[in-house]
Design a binder for this molecule. Structure first.
Ligand code: CA
Ligand code: CA
Ligand code: CA
Length: 466
């Protein structure tokens, strides 16, 4: 795994120095196939052997999505599969890059906190305050600091990334734990289809072992480092449950397995009336395929995943490219995908300008959020500042969770009855609440930067349409 991650970082850094180069490499000898209707493993195997192909792996059971081993060219196999009965679609298994970020110095905004909360390094958290390019989370904390929805359910955010340091003193209490699973006994105790999944899932290794890395740990801290515990910093939420899913690079198959875990856990949460699974309301992603056209027909799995999660009431916050590129023109996966359940994010600075190396697009990039010199948690009980769209996106994922904690009862009831519709209403509050910025006008959908306080005000006036 370590060698794997190092090579990913190497690849991404070399892309970082040559912006705009398309990287749409595909894995040879395999394709992703979704069958229409219910299609179990045996049926899929039979269907594929009729074409002399073999099922390599079940990617997601709910979606009937499989990785299929083929001989010969990927293009020819896709052509064959598209004309095969019961195949909804087939696509290449593209390589995916983590949207890496560079270390940087942090700012100090000591005077803006007035002693609330008590975390000693809050003076670094310009990104959460009002008036210096931050998202005004501090204004919301008078009303809610996150944690539970109106039904007293834990609010869960799934971080698809590397692994989170769940033992970090500022994260441990907010790490999601599968209480229905017994660790390390080799059994799927809660019968959710995943053996020994305690803190989430490792889609690289197909097991429950989460190994800490800097990127994921930093992202998690922005969403929900424990607030007011006298230690370090606070995230957008003082309280929230953060699920760690490893699967932010490698290939599309890995990413699909990672999101597949989210789908299975939320489905199970509904079907068990909250006794099993997890009440995931948002996912956070900072990976993708640069300069790839999501709507070309070459990437159907991506949009399909966001749609399937969206139907379960899950919004997906996604980082756009770490290049000064118009993704409407150049293309981007996933931020150029058409699903309404995506919330796509670019990187703003303390002076509310867009960071130079950050993607934009009046059609495809929804809003900005602080992503330059953002201070947060790092492995081994440490802290530091990082820069990238990767750092912007968790502000949005965190905001979605915080909004769920303060939405009125009427919203909660609608969310339980019609999760997809309610999730889109929450997204509307999120986007309508932005602070308009001249730097983002005409180059993003909203023309503004996240202001969770204004979004909270809008959502608190939510009226059911039923
Ligand atoms: Ca399990
Ligand atoms: Ca177990
Ligand atoms: Ca803290």
């Amino acid at each position: 795994m370590r060698r794997h991650l190092i090579s990913i970082v190497f690849i991404t850094l070399s892309i970082f120095t040559h912006p705009g180069i398309a990287n749409t490499k595909i894995a040879e000898g395999e394709v992703l196939v979704r069958f229409s209707g219910e299609y179990n493993l045996a049926q899929a195997q039979k269907k594929m052997s009729s074409r002399n192909y073999r099922i390599k792996e079940v990617i997601n059971a709910t979606m009937n999505l499989y990785l299929v081993e083929i001989d010969g060219s990927v293009g020819q196999a896709i052509k064959n599969l598209k004309s095969t009965e019961d195949v909804l679609y087939a696509q290449p298994n593209h390589y995916v890059q983590l949207r890496y970020s560079a270390p940087s110095e942090s700012f100090s905004v000591q005077d803006l906190f007035r002693g609330l909360p008590n975390d000693p390094q809050m003076n670094q958290m310009w990104d959460l305050v009002e008036g210096v390019g931050g998202i005004s989370a501090t204004q919301v904390w008078n009303t809610s600091v996150g944690g539970k929805d109106r039904g007293n359910n834990d609010i869960v955010v799934a971080v698809i990334d590397g692994g989170i340091d769940v033992n970090h003193p500022d994260l441990n209490q907010n790490a999601w734990i599968n209480t229905n699973e017994t660790p390390s006994n080799g059994l799927d105790d809660d019968n959710n289809g995943f053996v020994d999944d305690i803190y989430g899932w490792n889609a690289f290794a197909n097991n429950g072992k989460i190994s800490a890395d800097s990127h994921a740990t930093h992202v998690a801290g922005t969403i929900g480092a424990v607030g007011n515990n006298g230690v370090g910093v606070s995230g957008v939420n003082w309280n929230v449950k953060i699920m760690s899913i490893m699967g932010a690079s490698g290939t599309t198959a890995t990413v699909a397995k990672a999101y597949g875990y989210v789908i299975e856990q939320k489905k199970l949460w509904y079907s068990s009336q909250g006794k099993r699974g997890a009440n995931i309301v948002a996912t956070n992603s900072s990976f993708g395929v640069d300069s790839a056209d999501c709507t070309s027909g070459d990437y159907p799995v991506w949009n399909d995943l966001y749609e399937n999660m969206g139907k379960l009431g899950i919004l997906s916050a996604a980082a756009t490219a770490n290049n000064d590129v118009n993704v409407d023109v150049a293309g981007d996966v996933p931020t150029g995908c058409s699903s309404e359940y995506l919330v796509t994010v670019t990187n703003t600075q303390k002076d509310d300008t867009k960071f130079s190396r950050a993607g934009y697009g009046v059609k495809n990039v929804d809003l900005g959020a602080p992503g330059t010199k953002v201070f947060s948690t790092l492995p081994s009980s440490t802290y530091g500042a990082l820069t990238g769209t990767s750092m912007s996106t968790p502000h949005v994922a965190g905001a979605i969770a915080l909004l769920h904690s303060l939405a009125p009862m009427e919203f909660y009831n609608d969310y339980m009855a019609q999760p997809a519709t309610a999730a889109l209403a929450l997204k509307t509050s999120l986007l309508k609440g932005v602070d308009p910025l001249s730097s983002l006008r005409g180059i993003t959908v909203t023309g503004g930067r996240l202001n969770v306080s204004k979004s909270a005000g809008l959502l608190m006036n939510y009226k059911s349409s039923h």
